[in-house]
Design a protein around this ligand. Sequence first.
Ligand SMILES: C[S@@+](CC[C@H](N)C(=O)[O-])C[C@H]1O[C@@H](n2cnc3c(N)ncnc32)[C@H](O)[C@@H]1O
Length: 315
Amino acid sequence: MIRGHRSTPPGEHRPVLLEEVLAALKPRPGAVIADCTVGGAGHATELLRICGPQGKLIGLDLDSANLPRARERLAALELPFGLHHSNFAGLPAILAAENAPAVDALLADLGMSSMQVDDAGRGFSYVRDGPLDMRMDLTRGRTAAQLLMTLPQAELAQALHDFGDEPDAERIAAAIVSARGKQPMERTGDLVQVIRTATENAGPWRLHPKPGRWNLHPAARTFQALRILVNRELANLQHLLRVLPDCLRPGGRAAIISFHSGEDRLVKAAFRDGLRGGSYDEISADPVRASMAERNANPRARSAKLRWARRSPST
Ligand SMILES: C[S@@+](CC[C@H](N)C(=O)[O-])C[C@H]1O[C@@H](n2cnc3c(N)ncnc32)[C@H](O)[C@@H]1O
């Protein structure tokens, strides 16, 4: 039986694709499991519960602000765990420090957590005004405001297209470049206003023609693209996918949840290449999607795609 409901605090969504993650990872008592994106510890709490006293959960997050809350939830179980403020691109070093160079199961639930979106001060939200920051790791890197002030228009349009699948990428990039020539764009509200004005007469693309598809806020795709750009999310994912087979014990299992076509393409290709090359002996044939009930209950689940792979037992 899956016990996710019990540990989901009131007012919060259950972890995305929880049953599907557990079915893919097949965690057992005594397992050592890495959660590369611990966030609010929704998945991690369930995984740690299953690892039990003989196992261990190793959690990572790029955003140190997520860790106290995650620590509190995990500590309540009184089971062994370790938490690290780290980019998952540095996973091998974290596993070495934990004396567990290879794990039985590994999860990466990509993107951002609800805590990050809900905190207007972080700049991830297009519905709450705040500083245009968007960095997950506040100790390094350039903010979204700094990037928007300097990126050439063509590069900006390309990023909106590649990382946001934004059909109005050129129009929005031109509007941003024109607006920044007048004054710096420092607030999320400033950017939303520019996008709204630029897309006001852009045609009916927001009225989604396909049944079962949902319309988006006009700034949603631009915000997603900027977040991916600011945090170098695709480069980090590529790095994780490269080191992943060596971080799994023979027969160990990995599950990755992505929310964007660019991420899913990388995961699909890496798992397929690993299968051909013999690092993996089994991979998911198709991405696993959330049930309609979960999609209706949690908008974030609508774009989630889960892929899994099993490390070859013999290599
Ligand atoms: C969707 S949330 C994870 C939610 C989590 N599974 C839960 O159940 O609460 C994604 C998390 O990944 C973190 N993250 C994003 N990129 C990362 C990276 N390169 N390394 C480590 N953590 C990262 C974000 O800070 C965020 O907290």
